[in-house]
Design a protein around this ligand. Structure first.
Ligand code: ADP
Ligand code: ADP
Ligand code: MG
Length: 516
């Protein structure tokens, strides 16, 4: 064990926005660390700006550039004496150049070192290292396919269907499923184009398409002294466009033995690369429970909260503590999984129109609460939702002793939640949580298509008289509110008419008489 490397952060700058910025502010507060945020023009009134101790406006032409300008962010940190930068997820969280820039300027990047980030942020490199350790991989190239011909040759040797994937990919982008050779060239070009646009590199590779797998991922914490633990797994199989919408912990299909086996492999991989901080090691699990490593996310994951609920471990606090050089005080045998947790991502999307972005201004927001419900979000009334940022508005999490109870609790929370001004994925979640296959735990990454969820959501929404209010509880409540207002107007008009001794008839008739 090296000599102690501990340092105590006095100030942390959060290089992110929305939900994860608020989450990190809360963790800093609980650790008595002063916290600052950066923000773009559109985010001047945002929640993180209001909650942080310090806020720095980054004046860039586009809003997104404010969160991507590496030099400006590091300069802000240096000038204002921040010890560390918290990158969250998305934006610069997996950017090795940014991590190196932080290191160069003596600001701690809260994450792994830039070298480890470069290796783990590259799916091909991660697969190469995993292969060397005997970790089962999805069959495929494990190397870049620079040309369409190379890709086609690889696909032919693996056998269709295959997936073309961006090496630097994330958020489900740069992934194309190809069922037959005739469609390969077009999909290859599209995957390359999307990868270049989203991740600055057109590097793609080809692997076997695993039919109807579950997505199971392991949460890792690692300190600088070589201690590594896992916090069990999450099942994130309910997805649209290869991106997660519902996540649960623990998985219903892993036995204690299997959890230990896959968890140990995930730790082995992290040990090999001398990983430090929090990471997630992702696997696909086929119907015969064969598992295949797919990638490492060297950052905090959107769905980290479900693991926090079942283990009681604060992952974001640990990211900060580990970056300070603290030793892990948790041992693998200390990690007990208790109960069941579910998360629903509430996105500003129209679930009846293939999850297209729903832009607008948040007019009303009443988050749910109560026993076993956790809300993580950065949204606020008056917030303008546009397609330039991720569509995540808020995450609703529910915990209970059993999955059945957690689902019930989530249904109750979803029905309580009021968001007006944009359409949201709430009707989608209510539909899934009512689906008998979901309730039986029969989920895989094709769940939405297989269960015709989109059709059912459309049917559910079309039954509503006010489709922008997504459930009948809300509709009844809204109608009741309208009725109360009408009654109050009626009463006051009646009184007014009464006092002026102005004839009979209804207040409306009288009011019209007064106006003529
Ligand atoms: P998670 O992997 O934590 O489940 P998502 O895949 O939904 O979360 O990604 C969360 C956010 O981070 C999305 O806005 C997504 O576009 C972004 N993101 C994920 N991976 C990358 C990446 N490699 N580069 C840039 N942005 C990314
Ligand atoms: P991202 O970096 O965008 O999260 P991943 O490699 O983690 O990309 O894959 C995201 C999702 O795409 C997986 O959860 C799964 O649903 C699907 N997927 C990826 N690779 C395969 C594959 N080889 N076979 C079947 N589905 C896959
Ligand atoms: Mg992934």
């Amino acid at each position: 064990m090296p000599a102690t490397q501990e340092k105590k952060f006095k100030k942390i700058l959060i290089a992110n926005r929305g939900e994860i910025a608020v989450r990190a502010i809360r963790a800093c507060r609980e650790l008595d660390i002063r916290v600052g945020v950066i923000y773009s023009r559109a985010d001047a009134n945002a929640l993180p700006v209001k909650l942080a101790d310090e806020a720095y406006f980054l004046d860039r032409e586009s809003d997104i550039d404010a969160y991507l300008d590496q030099e400006l962010i590091v300069d802000t940190a240096v000038i204002h004496h921040f010890d560390a930068i918290y990158p969250g997820y998305g934006f610069l969280a997996e950017n090795a150049r940014f991590a190196a820039l932080c290191e160069k300027h003596g600001v701690t990047f809260i994450g792994p070192s830039s070298t480890v980030l470069a290796a783990m942020g590259d799916k091909i490199e991660a697969k190469r290292i995993a292969a060397g350790l005997g970790i089962p991989l999805v069959p495929g190239t494990h190397a870049e396919c620079a040309t369409c011909e190379e890709g086609k040759a690889e696909a032919a040797s693996i056998g269709y269907p295959v997936v073309i994937k961006a090496a630097g990919g994330g958020g489900g982008r740069g992934i194309r499923v190809v069922h037959e050779e005739g469609a390969f060239a077009k999909q290859f070009a599209e995957a390359q184009r999307e990868a270049r646009l989203a991740f600055d590199t057109a590097c793609v590779y080809v692997e076997k398409f695993i039919e109807n797998p579950r997505h199971v991922e392991f949460q890792i914490l690692a300190d600088v002294y070589g201690t590594i633990i896992h916090l069990g797994e999450r099942d994130c199989s309910v997805q649209r466009r290869h991106q997660k919408l519902i996540e649960e912990a623990p998985s219903q299909v892993l036995t204690v033995k299997k959890r230990q086996e896959i968890g140990n492999l995930a730790k082995k991989l992290m040990k090999e690369v001398k990983y430090t901080g929090a990471a997630t090691v992702e696997f696909l699990l086929d119907s015969r429970k064969n598992y295949y490593f797919i990638e490492v996310n060297p950052r905090v994951q959107v769905e980290h909260g479900v693991t926090e609920l079942v283990t009681g471990v604060d992952i974001v606090q640990w990211q900060i503590r580990l970056a300070q050089g603290e030793a892990l005080t948790l041992k693998q045998q200390d990690i007990q999984i208790r109960g069941y947790a579910i998360e629903c991502r509430i996105n500003a999307e129209d679930p009846t129109q293939d999850f297209t972005v729903s832009s607008g201004v948040i007019e009303q927001y009443l988050p749910p609460g109560g026993n076993g419900v956790r809300i993580c979000g950065g949204m606020y009334v008056g917030q303008e939702i546009s397609s330039q940022f991720d569509t995540l508005l808020v995450k609703i999490l529910a915990w209970a002793e059993t999955r059945e109870e957690a689902v019930k609790r989530m249904q109750r929370a979803l029905r309580e939640c009021v968001i007006e001004g944009v359409l949201t994925t709430i009707p989608f979640h209510l539909t899934v949580l009512d689906n008998k296959n979901f309730l039986k735990g029969e989920i895989d990454t094709d769940f939405i298509t297989k269960n015709k969820i989109n059709q059912q959501v459309r049917k559910m929404v079309s039954r509503l008289k006010t489709p922008r209010l997504w459930n009948d509880n809300l509709e009844t409540r809204r109608n009741r509110e309208i009725a109360l207002v009408a009654a109050a107007v009626y009463k006051s008009l009646k009184e007014e008419m009464g006092s002026s001794g102005n004839g009979g008839g209804s207040a409306w008739v009288q009011a019209s008489r007064t106006n003529t």
